[in-house]
Design a protein around this ligand. Structure first.
Ligand code: GLU
Length: 530
């Protein structure tokens, strides 16, 4: 199949060179596409990091395409050169891979309908604009920025919504020729016409919006020869054989314009569905600057892709039989996906849910023989990165980085942490490094010397043959009886000398987690400090 595509693609470029981009191209493209194959796409502009809203759009298009045995396409819409952020396009594709949303066709993967970056398709848009000029659906607008600004200011002064007065729509042919001869710069505008028929939004149902009532003819080609979003988006969706467009509800106002463009070209339009707005928990609008909405942020912070995907899908619906408290894999999401169950209401983000999903997914991974190995190696790297220098001066250095030790720590904290990174918090430093000091003034008051008791504990702990928390506690209780000490006091002494902290997990569990060797070394070290 791939071979056929290569050959067809080669032929396509040849034909393109011979004939220029014309309608044949659409027909050729269609012949590459299986009849009735669903083709959905994600078409981000590379203006920054992928954020939660973008991820949701990509995911629902992916799920929709895949659940219909169709194709999912990634196209980069970079025609607004003023808003480009370097490397953003590559990072977007990387982030999608991190989330396991793999496109069938994209700038990196390639495909029979490429290039998949709009700035590499510029000559093509010019040809299509010519078609619209020729069939009278578009016209050259020679209005200067100064005139447009004056119109805008006048409207504001009159308390009206600023809009262009469509002046150039009515220029005579001779005037157009004269301005053209003088080299007067122009943009190209599309003639808006009245819409009388509603369209069926896949999510919101029947929508009738007569854009010509409140907007004027819009620009499709800018003075610099770059197409605008509207034109490039429609031309590419058509040429790439897109059958369904799922996009954020903020684009719903553009859809009537796009439908008019399809009509002007004589093309049939894809079906459109608009995904409800995602808002903060208090209902306020999300801001693109909220860094904790960027997918990179979640990745850096150690959230798992599945947790993020569940977080973003949990709020808007779109799935059959979704149980609470269960993290769905991308395969599960695919199996349960049902577009008709998508909500129309704004979706409020509940950040606690992200924590819950991550914790659940962490537990699931810890129970998988292969995933746990990965977690161990990730934790190893995190500990080394965070405590590197202190580890090299520590006597237990080699031990805390062993797979056995890391695994024991992970299993012990399974239900108490959300991310691996939590284990690097100062309160857990004792797991990795020997405490620098012991707050001697805060040690529990005792009738005998602290060091003496600790020496005795050290002796019994080091001689336990079956090292488990019950045995540890029994031995410590024996020592407390021997010295006539209260159990909480001796526990506190051990905790403080071993960890340098007043609070922490129960001593039996903690010593078990540290392991016999480490526990013994910690106590020996504490004795030198006392
Ligand atoms: N380039 C637009 C965006 O940045 C695409 C909108 C659409 O999907 O049509 O989201």
């Amino acid at each position: 199949m791939a071979k056929i595509f290569v050959t067809l693609h080669g032929m396509k470029s040849l034909l393109y060179k011979i004939q220029g981009a014309g309608h044949w191209k659409r027909h050729f493209a269609s012949s590459l596409q299986k009849p009735c194959e669903v083709r959905a796409r994600f078409a981000p502009s590379p203006t920054g990091n992928l954020h939660l809203g973008g991820l949701r759009t990509a995911l629902y298009n992916f799920l929709f395409a895949k659940s219909n045995k169709g194709k999912f396409i990634l196209r980069i819409e970079d025609t607004d050169q003023t808003r480009l952020v370097p490397h953003a396009a590559r990072k977007l594709e990387n982030m999608l891979s991190w989330a396991k949303i793999y496109p069938d066709e994209s700038p990196v993967v390639g495909g029979p309908f490429g290039p998949y970056v709009q700035s590499q398709r510029l000559s093509l848009y010019n040809n299509y604009v010519k078609n619209l000029l020729e069939n009278g659906s578009a016209y050259k607008c020679f209005c200067t920025n100064m005139r447009l600004t004056r119109l805008r200011n006048d409207a504001i002064r009159r308390n009206e919504i600023p809009r262009y007065d469509n002046k150039c729509r009515y220029l005579s042919q001779s005037k157009i020729e004269e301005l053209g001869k003088n080299g007067t710069p122009y943009c190209i505008r599309f003639k808006l016409e009245t819409i009388t028929e509603p369209y069926e939004d896949l999510i919101y149902g029947s929508i009738l919006s007569n854009v010509a009532d409140h907007e004027s003819d819009f620009v499709i080609m800018k003075t610099d020869g770059y197409p605008t979003y509207h034109l490039a988006n429609v031309v590419d969706d058509h040429l790439m054989g897109i059958t369904h467009v799922l996009r954020g509800v903020e684009w719903q106002i553009s859809t009537p314009k796009h439908l008019l463009l399809y009509k002007a070209f004589g093309w049939s339009a894809p079906l459109f569905g608009h995904l409800p707005l995602i808002v903060n928990q208090d209902g306020s609008k999300l801001s693109k600057r909220q860094h904790d909405l960027h997918i990179e942020y979640y990745q850096d912070q150690g959230y798992f892709p599945e947790a993020v995907l569940n977080f973003v899908t949990d709020i808007g619906g779109g799935f059959d039989d979704r149980e609470h408290g269960v993290v769905l894999s991308i395969e599960d999401l695919l199996e349960k996906f049902n577009l008709s169950r998508l909500t129309k209401n704004s979706c409020r983000l509940d950040k606690d849910k992200l924590e819950q999903f991550n914790q659940l997914d962490l537990q699931r991974r810890l129970n998988s023989p292969t995933d746990i190995l990965l977690l161990i190696s990730q934790l190893h790297d995190l500990v080394q990165k965070t405590y590197g220098e202190r580890l090299s001066s520590s006597t237990t250095q080699a031990k805390v980085l062993t797979a056995d030790y890391l695994k024991r720590v992970l299993i012990y904290f399974e239900k108490r942490i959300v991310r691996l990174q939590d284990l690097l918090q100062p309160e857990f430093a004792y797991i990795w490094v020997v405490p620098d000091s012991i707050p001697i003034e805060e040690l529990p008051a005792m009738s005998c010397k602290h060091a003496e008791v600790l020496r005795c504990v050290l002796q019994v702990i080091s001689s336990i043959s079956n090292f488990n928390k019950e045995r540890i506690v029994e031995e410590i209780k024996d020592v407390s009886r021997q010295y006539g000490l209260k159990i909480p006091a001796i526990m506190k002494l051990i905790r403080m000398t071993v960890t340098g902290m007043k609070e922490g997990p129960p001593v039996g569990e903690m010593l078990y987690m540290l392991g016999q060797d480490t526990a013994v070394e910690r106590m020996k070290h504490a004795l030198t400090l006392l």
